[in-house]
Each structure stands twice: as structure tokens, then as C-alpha cells.
Design a protein around this ligand. Structure first.
Ligand code: SF4
Length: 233
């Protein structure tokens, strides 16, 4: 098992936030009527995608009946519908439709992660829960030697990404101000990484027009441009 796989195994077995573990287990046992026949994952959700990615996406946390049910980042809820369609259009995802861990989706050049790996009540993590989970994101950044761009999805994901880049040895000339499409450059011993922020593709944003598909496409087109590798078309 390599270091990346070992890290993901540690995440899935993590018990650092007992209240979140209890909450996720309760949701997994109670279920939602629409998913009553599903076998909920109910554990911390590992990162999903290419372990040699040049683009890292950092969301907020698993949804109670999304990733906490399917066991894969951004899979099984409305946010995932928007995210993977956009990743497919940008050339990172093998298909636009996502359903569960067995849907055949493959990511090339991108890794999808989050500030928190367990679903928090009300989608609202506490500062201590974010602190507990933070080392996992830092370690993922350290384990991506070809990393060129980090896309923060939402303000909390973006802030976690910024802090994790700094903890992993990168330095920003100025603090990153969150805004859709905002960019900052971080410099490190192994080159520069651009932090790019996006509004989160949550239902609150997509249903109200705060975030549109062209807006999300613009962010991933820019990420694609920044993360293009030597073997990419
Ligand atoms: S949120 Fe993170 S640190 Fe807390 S239990 Fe889940 S995986 Fe562990």
C-alpha cells in the first residue's frame, strides 16, 4: 500500500470527532425515506480521484444523505450532479452522471477532497472539528508532487485549502480573498500552486442563480489551463 492509500485508510477509520461519528452512524441507520433500501456508508469519506492529480478540489464536507450514504465525495446529492457534470465538461471526469461508488466514474488529473470528511449536522462544522480534520488535507497536498491548482468550493473549503497549502510549506504573497473565480498564487520548494475559489455548487446557490453552470465551467476551464500536464491534449 502506498502513502496515499495508507492515508485514505486512516481517514476512513478515523474517530477523532466522536460526536460526528455518532451523528453519521445514526443517519446511516435511520436513513431517508427515498434511500431506505440503500446500505449507507456512514464512515469518514476518503478523497476521490487521481492520486497523481495536478488539480485538487476542496469542498466543505460530506452531505448526510449524499457522500455519507454513497461513500464517495460529492456523490449522491444535488451538489455532485453539478460538480461532476462540470468536471466532465472540463475533461477531468470520464462521465457526467454520478450515482454511487459503482457507477464507473474515473477522474484524470483531479482529486476531490474536503475540509471535513464526516457529515456535520446542518452542514455546519465547528472550528474544532475542522482543526481535527485539517491534517488530512495538509497530508494530501504533501502527497501530490505535481499539484498546480487547488480549487476551493465555497468559503470554508477555500479557507481550509489556503491554510493547508501554508501548512504544507507554501507561502502566499497576500491572503486569498474569497470570491467566485478569485485567484492567489502560493510559492513552495516544488513550484507554484494557484488557489482558485468558486461558489459551492450547493442547492442554495444553484437553485437561486448565485452559481450558474457557465460560472462553474469558467472556474474549471481556468483550472484546466493551470493544471495541464505534458501528456494532456
Ligand atoms: S471529521 Fe475528520 S477528524 Fe473528525 S472524525 Fe471525521 S475524519 Fe476524523
Amino acid at each position: 500500500m502506498d502513502a496515499f492509500e495508507e492515508l485514505q485508510h486512516r481517514i476512513v477509520a478515523c474517530e477523532r470527532c466522536p460526536e460526528l461519528r455518532a451523528y453519521c452512524a445514526r443517519i446511516a441507520s435511520e436513513k431517508k425515506r427515498a434511500h431506505r433500501d440503500d446500505d449507507y456508508w456512514g464512515r469518514p469519506v476518503p478523497a476521490f480521484g487521481d492520486p497523481a492529480a495536478r488539480a485538487l478540489l476542496v469542498g466543505l464536507a460530506p452531505g448526510a444523505h449524499g457522500s455519507n450514504r454513497t461513500g464517495r465525495m460529492f456523490t449522491g446529492d444535488a451538489s455532485g450532479v453539478w460538480l461532476y457534470r462540470a468536471l466532465h465538461r472540463a475533461g477531468y471526469a470520464s462521465q457526467a452522471e454520478q450515482r454511487d461508488r459503482a457507477d464507473g466514474m474515473r477522474l484524470r488529473g483531479a482529486l476531490v477532497s474536503a475540509a471535513l470528511r464526516c457529515a456535520p449536522p446542518g452542514n455546519a462544522p465547528t472550528p474544532s472539528q475542522l482543526r481535527n480534520c485539517f491534517p488530512y488535507l495538509q497530508r494530501e497536498i504533501e502527497l501530490l508532487p505535481e499539484l498546480r491548482v487547488v480549487v476551493g468550493l465555497g468559503a470554508i473549503g477555500t479557507r481550509a485549502a489556503e491554510n493547508a497549502l501554508v501548512a504544507a510549506g507554501f507561502a502566499f504573497a497576500r491572503r486569498h480573498a474569497f470570491g467566485h473565480g478569485a485567484e492567489s498564487v502560493a510559492h513552495g520548494a516544488r513550484g507554484s500552486v494557484v488557489l482558485l475559489s468558486s461558489y459551492h455548487p450547493s442547492r442554495q446557490n444553484t437553485n437561486t442563480g448565485v452559481l450558474t453552470e457557465p460560472m462553474l465551467d469558467a472556474v474549471f476551464a481556468r483550472a484546466r489551463e493551470l493544471s495541464r500536464g505534458p501528456s494532456d491534449p
